[in-house]
Design a protein around this ligand. Structure first.
Ligand code: IDP
Length: 151
């Protein structure tokens, strides 16, 4: 089992897409262990996107994610990091495959609605940034026996 950090960016929240997007992760069989709507302090945005500092889009990206609330989730499942990235799709909505979240709902490379950790290491780092110790739920999901086969 892996846990990954997902957040819906201000464009998705403002466009009323929380339910549509969250429903995709839920229907896939993934488990939510953390969820919250929050305004993003600038220092959190800067820590989260530290690897992009200095790139041409960096200042705009920080301004964008701090401009209006985001909807943050910790999502658990087998191979959850890669599975969620597949559901999310390519960075630019104009190029993302149909059937992916970005491919179905977006038209932009910057306002691309959703973030998902890109590796297990990133997920661990980002979960520690966005959620406090003890904030994630412990859940025994009996339905998992119908999501994963026993092998
Ligand atoms: P990812 O979110 O698909 O993993 P990254 O390359 O890690 O993409 O970039 C982080 C975020 O920075 C993107 O989701 C997008 O919001 C923004 N971004 C990346 N490249 C561009 C760009 O060329 N123009 C504007 N914004 C960009």
């Amino acid at each position: 089992m892996e846990t990954t950090l997902i957040f819906l960016k201000p464009d998705a929240v403002q466009r009323g897409l929380i339910g549509s997007i969250v429903g995709r992760f839920e229907a896939k069989g993934l488990t939510f262990v953390g969820m919250k709507l929050m305004n993003v302090p600038k220092d959190l945005a800067e820590k989260h996107y530290a690897e992009h500092q200095g790139k041409p889009f960096y200042d705009g990206l920080i301004a964008f994610v701090t401009s209006s609330p985001v909807f943050v989730m910790a999502i658990r499942g087998v191979n959850a990091v890669a599975v969620c990235r597949t559901l999310i799709g390519a960075t630019n909505g104009q190029k993302a495959d149909p059937g992916t979240i970005r491919g179905d709902f977006g038209m932009s490379g910057g306002y691309n609605m959703i973030h998902g950790s890109d590796s297990l290491e990133s997920a661990e780092r980002e979960l520690a940034l966005w959620f406090d110790d003890g904030e994630l739920a412990t859940i025994d999901k009996t339905l998992d026996q119908w999501v994963y086969d026993p092998s």
